[in-house]
Ligand binder design. Structure first.
Ligand SMILES: C[S@@+](CC[C@H](N)C(=O)[O-])C[C@H]1O[C@@H](n2cnc3c(N)ncnc32)[C@H](O)[C@@H]1O
Length: 199
């Protein structure tokens, strides 16, 4: 039986994995990454194909969060665990010049890639920050919409993440989330098998 990992070890493994996916997206063999995955999940193929490859190649989402409801002009949107920034960039187009998107991710290589993508597209209404979903560097009641695509399952303190989302949303704010969940029936031996859930 493998040794149980500490929270910090799990965090470091997650960061290492997404750092690798930022630099070499084709190295990920366990789950789908990239533009073809985005199209399969419901993103508009024409919109995906029109974007530079660097915006879509490290997409690692599990759903199409931006299609879960409206994104209105002028809104402030937080993309929690933004990765290389696909959802942030598409949300910023919809929120328009009077709106604003904040993308936060704990992996520095993803944040750097998202920022390069933003600069390449010349979009001024987005700001990418490195940070933790468990402790958001965002003011209370300042956000209209939180997007989160494939992130909360990776967070170690999910209750804290939900309470942070609640804190930053304005009254009446919305959360569009796509994620993966475990159903019943996974035994402890399987959970403890290194390689089943992570590298
Ligand atoms: C599956 S990827 C999805 C990225 C992006 N949402 C997308 O759709 O391409 C998960 C992202 O969440 C980030 N992440 C994982 N745990 C996090 C945490 N506790 N706080 C902030 N970001 C986190 C990872 O660095 C990674 O970029």
């Amino acid at each position: 039986m493998e040794k149980t990992q500490t929270p910090e070890e799990i965090r470091q493994m997650t960061r290492a994995r997404f750092s690798r996916i930022a630099g070499d997206p084709s190295s990920e063999k366990r789950f789908p990454v990239g533009p073809e995955s985005a199209k399969r999940l419901g993103y508009n193929p024409a919109e995906i194909d029109a974007l530079p490859r660097s915006v879509t190649e490290s997409f690692a989402g599990v759903g199409c969060t931006i299609a879960l409801g409206p994104i209105e002009e002028g809104e402030t949107v937080l993309d929690l665990g933004c990765g290389a920034g696909l959802d942030s960039l598409l949300a910023a187009r919809r929120a328009g010049p009077g709106g604003r998107v904040i993308g936060i991710d704990m992996t520095p290589e993803m944040v750097r890639k998202a920022e390069e993508n933003r600069r390449q597209l010349g979009m001024e209404n987005i700001e990418f920050r490195q940070g933790s979903a468990e402790q958001l560097s965002v003011e209370d009641a300042s956000v209209d919409l939180v997007l989160s695509n494939g992130v909360i399952n990776l967070c170690l303190d999910k209750e804290r993440v939900v309470s942070e989302i609640y804190r930053v949303l304005r009254p009446g704010g919305r959360l569009y989330v796509a994620d993966i969940i475990l159903e019943d029936g996974v035994d402890q031996a399987t959970v403890e098998e290194l390689g089943t859930w992570s590298d």
